[in-house]
Structure formats: C-alpha cells, structure tokens
Design a protein around this ligand. Structure first.
Ligand SMILES: [Zn+2]
Length: 385
C-alpha cells in the first residue's frame, strides 16, 4: 500500500479493522481509532429506535409540507442496490411520502440491477426518471481518468448521478433529495482516499479527452449554487433507522423478488472495475475496509469475521476487465501502461477544493440547514494537507 505511514509496526484498531495503512488513522490510549470515534459521534447525532423514528417522522412532515401541491415531494436515486431499494419502501410505505425515483444510467448496469429497479418500482407504484448517458461521452470521460492515473476511476458516474438528482428535483419543483447512505453499514471512506468535483472532471478531460462533451450532466458550481439557493435539500433517512443489511436483503427478496448481486456497489460493471481493479488493485485502497469496519462498529458483524474476509483477495472479474478494454478501445499494451503508470492525485489537476475551503463557513450553515450532507462539509472544506 502506497500510503503506509511511519516506520513502526502496523497497528490495528482494537474495535474495528482500520489500521495504520489507512490514511489519517490515529488511536486513543485504549487503542480505538479516530474513525470509531467519528462513528460514535454520528451515532449520538443520528439516534435510532424511538428517538430516531421521532426525528424521521418530523423529517417526513417537513418533506410533505414542502411538496403538498406537487405530484412528488422527494426524489430518490436508485441503482437497484439494497440501500436505495429499501429507502424507496421506507419512504413510500412507512413514511407516506410521494417519491420520484431517479436513475443515472451510465450504460454499464448489470442485468440484475435493472431488474431490481423495475421490480421494486412496479410493486410500489413509483414513477422513474432516467437519464441515459451518451455512451461515447461516458467512455471518453472515464478513459481520460484512467490515462490521468488518478484513483477516482468512476467519479464520472457519481457526479452524473448527483447532477441528475438535482435536475429531476428542479424540474418537478421538489425540495428534498433523499439518499440511501447509511454510515452504520457503508461507513466513512478514509479522508484522502479520493476526491471529486465538477471542475476536476473538466480538468482531467481537458488534458486527456478526445472529443467535445456536450451532454454529460456535470456539476458546475454555478448550477449547484442555483439549486442550493432554491432550497433543494439533501437528507439521509437511513441514519435514523436501525438498518440491518442482511435482514434487509432477505426482506427485499421476499417482498419484491429483489436479487443480491454479490457485493457492495456491484450493481454496475464500470463501478466494479473502478473499485476493484483501479482503486484497490492499482492504488491499494480496498473499499471493503470501509464497509466491513462500519458493520463491525454497528454490531452487525464480528471483528474476527471482518479481519478474516480482508485476508481474501479483492475479487477481480476478468470478464469485466475485458469488457472495459473493448468498450474503451484500449489495447493490451495501453491497458498495462495504465496499470503501471505513476500515481497522481486530484492535486495535479484543477478542482473546486480551494473554493470549497474558502466557503467553509457557508457550507457549515448549509450542513446545519440540511442543504448539504455533513460528510460533504467535513471532507470537502477541510484545509489542504
Ligand atoms: Zn476503529
């Protein structure tokens, strides 16, 4: 791993599985890491049980009031994955909301993911807004990120989804975007593992792209600010429920015929490639750490089982790799060159990071008024290191 700090022996948190190979890990005198402390702080800020349900109902009331004259009162991003599928059920059935489902199709969906989306939406009678990415543009953008030799291989999809959610909300006069993140099952990516924003996408593509990008929904700061000023908020309802991953998968299968696709974020073939071959394989940043650590902290998995799982290699899918080479038109030599190229980071490109840092007090206010998630405020406005 390239970010191993210090010269001492590797130290592992006595509670979760984070160790000194994870950037910015520190330990208290009991040997518990700072990410566990962050979890406990979030756990107090976002309670579950009765107190959590009360907060969730209050949130639902605010959402209903904001959209009382509209066809929809919230938008929910869907991927066919477990978290977003459960969130649709929670929103519509348990909270009585009127969601519009939003999907950003980067044209690399797995078959199971698409079936999952349609099964859940049909049964819950929820409308779907889909943005289908121009295939050539998507390929040119992600190829540029591979040639740039940075870890954020698939941030083009993440940015595209966020922008599409805002666009759908704006178009339908909706004030709330709900997302299915749960810090108790997904955890927090270590600070410094990756970074992305709209300017970064533009800057990487300017240097390595080969065609003009006309359709990609990039998240320009000016556009984003316009949506924030309109009061479009982002909320994470799963923070307030005792969200148990395994139980939820069983529930979704029984209730909707939903299918498990074999791993976190494995619903999209380009995401599989980006997470496993580039982020983990080339950069040594294994996202399983993040998820397993979270499951251990929230008592859903034993520390021993998590450590055991981390001893197994990251699952590579040769078929996916071949598909990437073919669709991105990369020869074997070009592909090998990409894997061997010296590592670079977002700091080698233009980003909005200096602007976000300058606007730190404004983003603090936005976090307090639900306009941006707390994690955005923490990660994106912290001083440069
Ligand atoms: Zn820990």
């Amino acid at each position: 791993m390239d970010e191993k700090r210090g010269s001492g022996p590797r130290q592992t948190c006595v509670r979760c599985v984070y160790d000194t190979t994870i950037p910015r890990t520190t330990f208290d005198d009991r040997g518990v890491c700072n990410y566990c402390a962050m979890h406990d702080q979030m756990d107090r800020e976002y309670p579950t049980g009765e107190a959590g349900w009360k907060k969730l109902v209050e949130l639902a009331e605010r959402i209903k009031a904001s959209g009382k004259n509209n066809k929809y009162d919230c938008v929910i991003g869907v991927s066919g994955g477990c978290d977003s599928s459960y969130l649709l059920y929670l929103a519509k059935v348990k909270l009585g909301l009127r969601p519009l489902a939003v999907h950003f199709d980067n044209t690399w969906n797995s078959r199971i993911a698409v079936e999952n989306i349609h099964r859940v939406l049909r049964k819950l009678d929820i409308d779907l807004y889909t943005y289908v990415m121009d295939n050539d543009e998507f390929n040119d953008l992600v190829r540029a990120f591979l040639k740039a030799s940075v870890p954020e291989a698939d941030c083009v999809t993440d940015i595209g989804l966020i922008t599409t959610l805002y666009e759908a909300a704006d178009k339908h006069h909706v004030k709330y975007i709900l997302d299915g993140h749960s810090f108790r099952t997904e955890g927090f990516a270590p600070l410094g593992w990756f970074y992305f924003d709209g300017k970064y996408v533009e800057s990487v593509h300017k240097r390595y792209g080969t065609m003009k990008i006309k359709h990609y929904p990039n998240l320009w700061l000016s556009k984003w600010m316009k949506w924030l000023l309109k009061g479009i908020k982002r909320a994470r309802p799963l923070y307030y429920v005792d969200y148990q991953k395994e139980e939820t998968k069983t529930f979704l299968s029984k209730e909707f015929g939903w299918q498990w696709y074999g791993g976190h974020h494995m619903e999209n073939r380009y995401t599989i490639f980006g997470d496993n071959l580039i982020l983990a394989g080339k950069f040594g940043r294994d996202l399983r750490y993040t998820e397993l650590a979270a499951m251990v902290r929230s008592g859903q998995l034993s520390r021993e089982a998590a450590l055991e799982e981390l001893k197994t290699p990251v699952p590579y899918d040769d078929e996916v790799t071949e598909e990437v080479k073919k669709r991105l038109n990369l020869s074997d030599e070009e592909f090998e060159e990409i894997l061997r190229a010296p590592h670079r980071t977002h700091k080698d490109f233009e980003t909005y990071h200096p602007t976000f840092r300058m606007l730190r007090p404004l983003f603090w206010l936005m976090y307090k008024t639900e306009l941006v998630p707390k994690s955005f405020y923490i990660k994106y406005t912290r001083p440069a290191t």
